[in-house]
Design a protein around this ligand. Structure first.
Ligand code: GLA
Length: 391
């Protein structure tokens, strides 16, 4: 996992030549502690940036060519495109993410005269749901901003990343992942109101515990279409509710107000989706209050309730992540555990007493493999800073 930036620079010089100044950047992945599928429902989220993420080396060119190379997709070799040909294509593979950022810069009026040579390396496990694509988007935005001298606040780089993912890559994601990658802060989670983009850093001080991410190593297919379905179902629920109460988003409702108005939602599936969005938002607010009071037990209970709601009402969990969460709940010393991120596979996040981490890993490792035949992976993670230049 350790990344040596000098080695990345050497590789860059080998591929693209050694003349001219190349600069190095990093953008992190994220883990969301609580507030899942609330970011496109006008609710709160509580993610933190990780110390793993995506590294980039960039040097501007004199012409309109863009050349990309990723050490993670070295079989694709150097992928070449032009500033005059910024349309998504299947053959462009991973480069559709950075290409989308070039495209979005143009759309937003940040005009680029010349292209660039770009080397990428990421150390987020593939398909883990820890936001490798968002980190690549934010990284590219930051590299373009600095290389071509634009004045763009970091939060806007997050919005550029989201716009690109929605409109260039066809994934209708919310703002959470890009925001966490751009705005993260060491040892803090970001309490973000996705309705206003107001945010506050909350120190994650866990006196006797640590954050453990467990990778189920499964990614079920159709993730982006199932995700887009959830968005539509939530929107349908909102429209029905708006016929009986004046709200802008599901995040405007308390639990009591939801119970009062819920019968206006005609479709029972949409009603369940809205229930999750409303309750999860309120859980997130309560979880941050609990964390601020150092009440880790309450924080953990809310995390568990989030999993149950994602499993039963939002239906974005899957048997493998359900198993990981249930196993975790039964290990002494675990405050809380739930699926994290978009869902349908990926990772769980658990708050585990330091003295119980070994037991936690041993227990889940054994039981998970024996029940599923799949090997889980465990990462005891640190919370890192948002995207930044490395020199
Ligand atoms: C994905 C999306 C985010 C968010 C989560 C679910 O990670 O990119 O915007 O909606 O799913 O909370």
């Amino acid at each position: 996992m350790e990344v040596n930036v000098t080695d990345l620079r050497k590789k860059f010089a080998e591929l693209f030549g050694a003349d001219g100044e190349a600069k190095a950047y990093f953008a992190p992945g994220r883990v969301n502690l609580i507030g899942e599928h609330t970011d496109y429902n006008g609710g709160h989220v509580f993610p933190c940036a990780l110390t793993i993420g995506t590294y980039g080396i960039i040097r501007p060119r004199q012409d309109r060519t863009i050349r990309f190379y990723s050490l993670n997709f070295s079989d694709m070799g150097i992928v070449e495109t032009s500033l005059d040909d910024l349309a998504p294509s299947e053959s462009a593979g991973w480069t559709n993410y950075p290409k989308g950022i070039f495209w979005t810069f143009e759309k937003r009026g940040y005009h680029l005269e010349t292209g660039a040579d770009i080397l990428i390396y990421g150390n987020i496990p593939a398909g883990s749901g820890l936001s490798s694509s968002a980190s690549l988007e934010v990284l590219t935005g930051l590299m373009l901003r600095d290389t071509f001298g634009f004045d763009i606040p970091m939060a806007d780089l997050a919005l550029i990343g989201q716009y690109s993912e929605n409109n260039f890559n066809g994934m209708n994601c919310g703002i959470m992942d890009q925001f966490a990658s751009a705005m993260g802060k060491k040892d803090c989670a970001i309490f973000l109101d996705t309705n206003t983009l107001n945010y506050e850093y909350a120190p994650v001080k866990l006196p006797d515990a640590t954050i453990v991410i467990t990778n189920s190593n499964v990614k079920h297919s159709l993730v982006s279409s199932a995700y887009n379905d959830r968005r539509r179902e939530s929107e349908t629920a909102l429209k029905d509710l708006q016929s009986v109460t004046q709200i802008q988003t599901l995040g405007d409702l308390t639990e009591d107000a939801f119970e009062q108005y819920k019968d206006a939602i005609k479709d029972p599936i949409c009603r369940k989706r809205a229930k999750h969005a409303v309750y999860e938002n309120q859980r997130t607010i309560k979880a941050v209050e609990a964390l601020k009071k150092n009440d880790i037990a309450t924080f953990g209970k809310l995390i568990n309730a989030s999993h149950v709601s994602l499993r039963d009402d939002y239906e974005t969990s899957c048997p493998e992540t359900d198993l990981l969460a249930e196993l975790a709940w039964n290990v002494p010393g675990v405050y809380g555990s739930r699926i994290t991120g978009g869902g349908f596979g990926g990772c769980t996040v658990s708050i585990v007493k330091k003295e119980s981490v070994d037991l936690f890993i041993q227990t889940l490792d054994k039981a998970y493999t024996s029940k599923t035949g799949i090997k889980a992976e465990f990462y005891v993670v640190d919370i890192g800073d948002g995207a930044h230049a490395l020199d």
